[in-house]
Design a protein around this ligand. Structure first.
Ligand code: ZN
Ligand code: ZN
Length: 765
C-alpha cells in the first residue's frame, strides 16, 4: 500500500470484527496478522482491499494461513526498519468532511481554526523536510503538541492517530495580517482573517500564504481591482483562476458537468477548466478573450473561511511576477510581492516544498491533466513492469518535472516550472535530491532529452561526471518520450502508432520536430510520418510572433507568390519582406515540423493573434474561435517523402492554402478555424490508416501539448475510433512537457531491462 492512515484503519476494522492480532509497517508496506472465526477473517480481507482509508492506495494484498496462537487483543506494533520510508509521504489533501464539520461547529475546540487537519486530510508533501515521516522532520516541528492534541495523536481509535500535522488553536500555527513592510495590521487569528476579508471586499489585493506557496487574492467581480492585479503582476492576458465556495457557486460561473464537479470537490482539488457561462458576474479581466474559466474549490480550512466570510468569488493566482516561480518562503514573498499586494495574510508554519495548484480539464468523462502538482505529487504512477535498476529522468525545459523510478513505481515530481529561471533551476536540483531521500532512490541510470542546450540535459551530464562513470546516461528523443509517457500512463508497452504534436523538440536529425507520427514501443521508435518542415524566421522570435510563422508558411504555400490584399501582410508591411527573406535564406531560420507553429500560422492568417504574451496563446485562441458545429474539414493529401527521407509527409502548406482561399471567399473565421482543426484531425486518421495497413498496428497513442486542444482531440479521437483504432490518451500525467519525464524514465527502464535480461517490458510482466 501507499499513503497514510492505514494502520489505524486496520486497527478499527479488526476491532469492529472482533479479531485479535497486530498490524505494522515494514520496508514493503503493511503486515497484518489476524486471528478469529473464518467469516470475520474473510470479511476483514474483503474490506481491506475494497475500502481503504481515503489517503491510502492498496496496490496488492497477499494472504497466507498461519497457526492460531490464541491472541486476545489487536495491537499496532512498532515499525520494522525502513517501514515509514516508502510508505508515508502522501499528497496534500483537501479538508475532509469531518474536519470541515468541526470548523463550522461553534462548540468544537477547533471552531474556525484555519489549520485543522486529521489522518485523512491536510498538509503532507509540502511540509515534509525528510524521512522518516515524523513530526520532527516536518515544518510542524516548532509547534509542541498540547495535552489534548497529544491524547488524540496517541489514541489508535482517534481520527488524528499519528496525524503528524495535528494541532489546535492552543498549540498550532496562527494567522497574522501584515502590511508590505511586515508591520502587523491587526491582532492575530480571527481578527487577522476578518480584517483581510474586509480589505478584499474593498478591492484590495491580499497576498495569502497557502499550502504550497503564496497566492494573490482579489475579488473577482471588481474590474478595476482585477485590472490593477494584472498591471502589478505584469500578466497581460493569461487567465486567472477563481475560487468559489462550492460546486453550486461554480455552476453559476461555468458549465460544470458531473466529471468537472467530481474533480472540483474531490480530495485533490485542482483548478478545473470549464466553459464560461454567458453574462457571468465576473470582471472581464479575469479571463479576457477566453471562453473557458479556471475554477477551484477551497482546499484548506483557511480557504474555506475566506470563501464563506467573503461570500464573493475571488481570484486566487500564484504569488509571483510573470515567469518567476511562486513565492513560498516568507522573506522572499515579502520582497517579491511587496509591490503587488496591499497586505499579507500569513501564518507561522513554513512551506518546505513550493507546489503550484494543479490544472485539469474533463474529456469524455475522464480527467485530462494539464499541470500535475499539488494534490497529485508525490503519489507515484504505478507500472505493470519493474525497473531493473533505479532511474532518474530529468525531463524537458519548459513545464519541467523530473521522475525518479524504482521497482514498479515512477515518482513524477510536482510541476517545477521553466528551468531557464535560475531560482526554478535551483529548486529542480534540490527537488531531485529531496525525492531521492524521501523515497530512498539512488539512480544508476539517468535519462535526458536530446536537446544539448536544455538545462535538464546539462544536469544529467553533470550527474554523470567528467568521465561519465558515475551513472549511465541515456538520451531520449523528445517525441518518443511523449509517446512513451502516454504508454506508461496507460500501463501499456506498445508497439503503438504514436502521434506527438507539440511546440518543439530536438529531432535526431538536428532539426526541430513537433508534428510527428512514430511507430514506437518503450525502448525505441521509428519516424513514419511528419509535417513537412517550414522555416522559423528569427528562431525564438517566430515563437513570440506568430505572424512571422504565417509569413514563412504563406511564402512556402504560394511559392513566393502570396495573394495580394492579405490583411496580415498589410499589418506587418514594414518587416514582411525581410522576414520572408530570412525564411528563404535559412539563416537564423531553423526548419521545423512543429504542429504548434502551424497553429500559430493559421491563427495569424485569421487575425486571431499576431504576437503572443504566453506560450500556446495563439493556438488556444484559435481553438476558441472555432465553431464546434462545423463538421467539414479541408481535405489534404498524404505524400511519400522523397529525396532520401523515408516515411510520409503531411503538407501544412496545403492547409494554409485552403484557409486563405476559404477566408477570401468570405467564409466566417469560426467556420474556417473549425475546418482547419477538422482537416488536421482527418489527415492524422489517414496517416494512421496507412501505417496500420503496412505494420498491422491497431492502437494509437496521442500526446504532446497540442492535444490539450479539446476540439482537435475530440475530432481526432472520434475519427480514429470510427476507423476502428484503440486510442490511448493521458489521464495521470499531462500530454504537454510536464509528462516528458515519465516517458524518459519508461524508455530508460525498458532499454535497461532489455540490455540486462534480454526481454522488453510488457503490460503483463
Ligand atoms: Zn480531516
Ligand atoms: Zn493542541
Amino acid at each position: 500500500m501507499q499513503g497514510v492512515g492505514f494502520r489505524p484503519h486496520v486497527y478499527g476494522l479488526a476491532r469492529r470484527l472482533g479479531l485479535a492480532g497486530f498490524v505494522g509497517n515494514d520496508g514493503q508496506g503493511v503486515f497484518i496478522e489476524v486471528e478469529g472465526d473464518d467469516g470475520a477473517v474473510a470479511e476483514f480481507l474483503r474490506v481491506l482491499e475494497a475500502e481503504p482509508p481515503p489517503l491510502a492506495v492498496v496496490e496488492r494484498v497477499t494472504a497466507a494461513a498461519v497457526p492460531a496462537v490464541g491472541e486476545e487483543r489487536f495491537t499496532i506494533v512498532e515499525s520494522r526498519t525502513g517501514g515509514e520510508r516508502q510508505a508515508a509521504v502522501s499528497p496534500d489533501t483537501a479538508t475532509c468532511a469531518a474536519c470541515l464539520a468541526e470548523l463550522w461547529d461553534e462548540t468544537d475546540r477547533r471552531h474556525r481554526y484555519p489549520f485543522t487537519n486529521c489522518t485523512n486530510c491536510g498538509p503532507r508533501f509540502t511540509i515534509v523536510r525528510g524521512v522518516p515521516y515524523d513530526r520532527p522532520l516536518t515544518t510542524m516541528a516548532p509547534f509542541e503538541m498540547c495535552r489534548r492534541c497529544a491524547v488524540e495523536y496517541h489514541d489508535p481509535a482517534d481520527r488524528r492517530f499519528h496525524a503528524q500535522p495535528v494541532c489546535c488553536p492552543d498549540c498550532g500555527p496562527r494567522l497574522l495580517l501584515a502590511d508590505p513592510d511586515r508591520r502587523p495590521l491587526s491582532g492575530p487569528g480571527d481578527e487577522a482573517l476578518a480584517s483581510a476579508v474586509a480589505r478584499l471586499r474593498n478591492g484590495e489585493i491580499v497576498a495569502v500564504k497557502g499550502l504550497g506557496g503564496y497566492h494573490l487574492a482579489v475579488r473577482a467581480d471588481d474590474e478595476p481591482a482585477v485590472a490593477r492585479l494584472r498591471a502589478r503582476k505584469h500578466r497581460e492576458e493569461k487567465p486567472f483562476a477563481v475560487m468559489v465556495g462550492d460546486v453550486e457557486a461554480a455552476s453559476g460561473l461555468g458549465d460544470v458537468g458531473p466529471a468537472e464537479a467530481a474533480m472540483l470537490s474531490g480530495p485533490r482539488r485542482p483548478i478545473v477548466l470549464v466553459p464560461k457561462r454567458e453574462g457571468l458576474p465576473l470582471a472581464p479581466s479575469v479571463a479576457p478573450g477566453n471562453r473557458s474559466l479556471g475554477l477551484m474549490l477551497p482546499y484548506t480550512p483557511l480557504h474555506h473561511l475566506l470563501a464563506r466570510d467573503l461570500g464573493i468569488p475571488f481570484v486566487l493566482t500564484s504569488g509571483n511576477l510573470t515567469d518567476e516561480p511562486i513565492a513560498s518562503a516568507d522573506d522572499d514573498a515579502f520582497e517579491r510581492l511587496a509591490a503587488i499586494a496591499d497586505c499579507f495574510l500569513v501564518h507561522d508554519r513554513a512551506i518546505h516544498i513550493r507546489t503550484d495548484d494543479s490544472v485539469v480539464r474533463a474529456f469524455r468523462g475522464g480527467i485530462l491533466p494539464l499541470r500535475r502538482s499539488r494534490g497529485f505529487a508525490p503519489e507515484p504512477v504505478l507500472l505493470p513492469w519493474e525497473f531493473v535498476r533505479p532511474v532518474l529522468a530529468t525531463g524537458a525545459e519548459l513545464k519541467s518535472t523530473f521522475c525518479l523510478a524504482k521497482d514498479r513505481r515512477a515518482f513524477v515530481s510536482h510541476h517545477i516550472g521553466d528551468l531557464e529561471n535560475y531560482e526554478t533551476y535551483a529548486s529542480f536540483r534540490d527537488g531531485i535530491e529531496h525525492f531521492g531521500r524521501l523515497f530512498d532512490i539512488v539512480p544508476e541510470v539517468v535519462a535526458h532529452d536530446l536537446h544539448p542546450e536544455y538545462l535538464s540535459t546539462k544536469h544529467a551530464h553533470d550527474l554523470a561526471g567528467l568521465d561519465g562513470d558515475r551513472v549511465e546516461l541515456t538520451g531520449v528523443q523528445h517525441h518518443h518520450a511523449h509517446i512513451a509517457s502516454c504508454l506508461a500512463d496507460n500501463g501499456e508497452a506498445g508497439p503503438v502508432i504514436g502521434v506527438a504534436f507539440d511546440g518543439l523538440g530536438y529531432g535526431t536529425d538536428g532539426t526541430i520536430w513537433g508534428g510527428e507520427v512514430l511507430v514506437a514501443d518503450l525502448a525505441g521508435f521509428e519516424r513514419v510520418a511528419h509535417l513537412a518542415p517550414v522555416a522559423m524566421p528569427g528562431g525564438a522570435a517566430a515563437i513570440r510572433e506568430p505572424w512571422r510563422m504565417a509569413a514563412a508558411y504563406l511564402d512556402a504555400a504560394f511559392d513566393g507568390d502570396v495573394p495580394a490584399g492579405l490583411a496580415l501582410a498589410a499589418r506587418h508591411e514594414d518587416r514582411w519582406a525581410t522576414v520572408v527573406r530570412v525564411a528563404r535564406a535559412g539563416v537564423s531560420a531553423p526548419l521545423t515540423s512543429s504542429a504548434g507553429r502551424l497553429f500559430d500560422a493559421v491563427a495569424a492568417v485569421l487575425g486571431v493573434r499576431d504576437v503572443v504574451s504566453y506560450e500556446g496563446q495563439a493556438a488556444i485562441e484559435l481553438e476558441q474561435l472555432a465553431d464546434p458545429a462545423e463538421a467539414d474539414g479541408y481535405p489534404i493529401e498524404v505524400e511519400q517523402a522523397t529525396g532520401g527521407a523515408s516515411g510520409l509527409l503531411i503538407r501544412g502548406t496545403e492547409l494554409i492554402r485552403a484557409v486563405v482561399a476559404d477566408a477570401a471567399a468570405g467564409t466566417p473565421g469560426p467556420v474556417v478555424a473549425s475546418r482547419f482543426h477538422n482537416g488536421l484531425a482527418q489527415v492524422v486518421v489517414e496517416v494512421c490508416r496507412r501505417v496500420r495497413a503496412e505494420r498491422g498496428l491497431g492502437a494509437v497513442a496521442l500526446s504532446g501539448g497540442v492535444f490539450q486542444n479539446l476540439l482537435l482531440l475530440e475530432r481526432t479521437v472520434a475519427g480514429l475510433e470510427a476507423a476502428g483504432f484503440a486510442v490511448l490518451l493521458h489521464g495521470r500525467v499531462p500530454p504537454n512537457d510536464g509528462g516528458i519525464s515519465l516517458g524518459q524514465a519508461a524508455v530508460a527502464g525498458a532499454r535497461d531491462r532489455e540490455a540486462r535480461t534480454g526481454r522488453p517490458p510488457t503490460a503483463q510482466s
